[in-house]
Design a protein around this ligand. Sequence first.
Ligand SMILES: Cc1cc2nc3c(=O)[nH]c(=O)nc-3n(C[C@H](O)[C@H](O)[C@H](O)COP(=O)(O)OP(=O)(O)OC[C@H]3O[C@@H](n4cnc5c(N)ncnc54)[C@H](O)[C@@H]3O)c2cc1C
Ligand SMILES: NC(=O)c1ccc[n+]([C@@H]2O[C@H](COP(=O)([O-])OP(=O)(O)OC[C@H]3O[C@@H](n4cnc5c(N)ncnc54)[C@H](O)[C@@H]3O)[C@@H](O)[C@H]2O)c1
Ligand code: SF4
Ligand code: FES
Length: 813
Amino acid sequence: MSTTKKLVLVGNGMAGIRTIEHILKLAPHAYDITVFGAEPHPNYNRIMLSSVLAGGTSIEDIVINDWSWYEDNGVHVYPGDPVVQIDTVRKEVVSQNGVHASYDELIMATGSQAFILPLPGANKEGVIGFRDIKDCETMMQASQKYRKAAVIGGGLLGLEAARGLLNLGMDVTVIHINGHLMDRNLDLPAGLMLQRELEEQGMKFLLNKHTEEITGKGRVKALRFTDQTVLEADLVVMAVGIRPQIELARNSGLDVNRGVIVDDYMHTNIPGISAVGECAEHRGIAYGLVAPLYEQGMVLAKRLAGAATEGYAGSVTSTKLKVSGVDVFSAGQFKDSPDTRSIRIQDDVDGVYKKMVIKDGKLVGAVLFGDTTDGASLFSLIKSGEDISGREKEILLGVPSGGSGSGPSVAERMAAMPDDEIICGCNGVTKAAIGDAVLNKGCNTVGAIKSCTKASASCGGCKPIVESLLTYYAGDNVGEQTKEGICGCTSYDRDEIVAQIKEMGLKTVKEVMNVLGWDEPEGCSKCRPSLNYYLGMIWPTEYEDERVSKFTNERYHANIQKDGTYSVIPRIYGGVTSPAELIKIATVAEKYDVPMVKFTGGQRLDLLGVQKENLPKIWEELDMPSGFGYGKALRTVKTCVGNTFCRFGTQDSIEMGIRLEKKLDKMVAPAKVKLAVSGCPRNCAEATIKDLGVVAIDGAWELHVGGNGGVKVRAAELLCTVKTDAEVEEWTYAYLQYYRENARWNERTAAWIERVGLDHVKEALADRDVRLALVERLEVTLGHTVDPWKEIIEDEKLRKNFTPLSGAEPVAH
Ligand SMILES: Cc1cc2nc3c(=O)[nH]c(=O)nc-3n(C[C@H](O)[C@H](O)[C@H](O)COP(=O)(O)OP(=O)(O)OC[C@H]3O[C@@H](n4cnc5c(N)ncnc54)[C@H](O)[C@@H]3O)c2cc1C
Ligand SMILES: NC(=O)c1ccc[n+]([C@@H]2O[C@H](COP(=O)([O-])OP(=O)(O)OC[C@H]3O[C@@H](n4cnc5c(N)ncnc54)[C@H](O)[C@@H]3O)[C@@H](O)[C@H]2O)c1
Ligand code: SF4
Ligand code: FES
């Protein structure tokens, strides 16, 4: 008589089949396995439905185990045939099609269903959730016939659905009950930054809106809200959360609450029946992300295979929004509470926000917007629970901690990580699997690991840790192509892209992406602005700036502030103003109720707290050039008093500063550029911590380059000493143009000089003909650059962009 036990799995989804995969590995002959699935498909990666909807991925691409896998592993499968009854006494399940299957062990892995708000009209045609392949197909079909889509719920799922529908050509409005998006994962500043970014992509939002009714005859026509406004819609996608599928379990006598209640070994209250995945509730939590479910699956598989396991103790979760062009990451406890401290950086120029939440010296939560490269390492710090006291700022600023004795190095952290730690949550890839790919399967690049294990193939959030593990395992054998592409969308680096743009005459961002085979068709918030810069630098007379490829600040030509208002900084050449100019500034400040007028560190006046819609009017009335206080461009030329008034001064620093600023006032660059001119070596203008600082010495001028006074202070290095004012100009312009042509986008001169070395720059500029040619190219560029505010003021269409934040006002009936 056979000793093989019978194992029945109810639910052919991600958690259940992952458990079966482990059992097949741990105890290949222990069970005769039967799987029932309500969906007619083989086991597929539900996560990737967002990518299918957004385009570029097919249903076939997201299948994890095709039909042959079931056959090869002797797994009997009943697709499209849900289990409708469980006889826990006879130990038998019955399916909708009348199949009876007896079991020794039964796994419930029925997942969740989309929560459909019980609104009048919710049963109309065109109202759906977003949970499975069928929903995805319904949306794709609807987009062929209809224009207006409403997505209820501004969480992860709603925003991914909305992005997909936009890609399908629909006009999409997201209705959100809260005041900021992704309120379950983000705090207010990150939520606002996300909203702005998505608005730029064409998404519309109605916040703090409560839907009351779905109207229309047969098919949906509109949504009516509690404030009695109405939004027309031919397709409504509900993405307001999920509910575990527990009816079958409840009807079968299993203890249920929100989900099927399980202990640390995934036992339910009935012997022989386990539950795993979203349908399970462990220590009061029913998870809605794959990583914890895979951890549960591993524990269950070990128990059923008779292997030792410490049980499941619960998970800290992390999420990453899968919308191309937006980088958002959230992990753990992201909200402040009385027993936590938090530390945050908000860089409105580059559209970056980072927050760490700390409790008892340990990192317990993090939010990242705009730059999520540190997401994986922050997440592993949260999971490891190590004490980070004294290193908080270092960690948040992304300064690598290694070798200095201030904390474990990356290699030490990789070594300490347990083998069964899941590195790629989306695909359930463990550290051991990555080690195996590198050590035994010859994978020596991230790309090869991706092909072999699927790690980093979905949301990409795990890529930095995959890279660290690759280095940890492969050491010196890391393959060539791990050279960094400019972002996750491409493997081309900056120099290759610039060379290809020149060689192939590529003229638009889209063209570069198409021709160079970008992985993400829309690009992301890193590559779009950098391509926009490179194209403008290479084709100064032809290229038209692509507004959508820029950060918010540069798109609105104003610095966005913490509270969503903007600041206005007119140019004040060399920091020298006049009574007439001051009166003009004071007049607009009073007229538009500007809450604060402040001197900046760069000797200018900043009007803070300006509403977006007032920006064009203020600039029009000021009638002063833009100070580019927001952009990757020339910011200020700070000057000291110089020999006009100062008794120590040997040269006229004010005149020199104004001359340089007048020439360069519209110069855009890879990153912001600050200049200063001091009239003697006392250097009151602090010229030696500027990108370029000019310091007068007796009978000559010194030019110092690559300085920085920000987070990482760097003293400038002496580039040259010249005698005449004309030479100061020639070297300054040549140096800046050389930087414009050779630095990576977003690379300040300090970082650039550190990377290429001062000697290289000196050598490149040594030849006068080369310098003159550089100056000429800069002049051509400057000749084609316009003052952005002049352009906006004169163009009605551009002025229209300055309407209030949530532009999507509902249609009132
Ligand atoms: C569009 C989308 C994007 C997502 N993106 C992410 C992401 O980026 N990261 C992340 O971590 N998570 C993401 N998720 C969530 C993730 O997909 C789920 O957490 C995961 O699929 C849950 O796995 P599960 O096996 O518990 O449930 P499921 O994958 O839902 O599988 C359950 C299966 O059981 C079937 N079933 C139900 N009742 C029965 C029955 N009586 N008989 C037989 N079969 C039955 C269901 O039809 C289903 O096929 C996303 C979800 C969606 C919808
Ligand atoms: N990238 C990812 O990790 C990813 C992507 C998609 C889905 N998922 C998972 O899938 C599950 C479902 O996602 P979700 O976004 O539906 O759930 P969610 O709970 O994360 O978000 C639902 C959102 O809807 C809002 N909401 C609730 N009621 C509303 C109403 N009446 N009107 C308007 N808004 C309302 C909530 O404030 C919330 O922000 C979650 O577990 C999620 O983690 C994850
Ligand atoms: S740098 Fe020299 S010239 Fe300029 S203000 Fe200071 S002391 Fe005077
Ligand atoms: S965690 Fe999403 S691809 Fe790895």
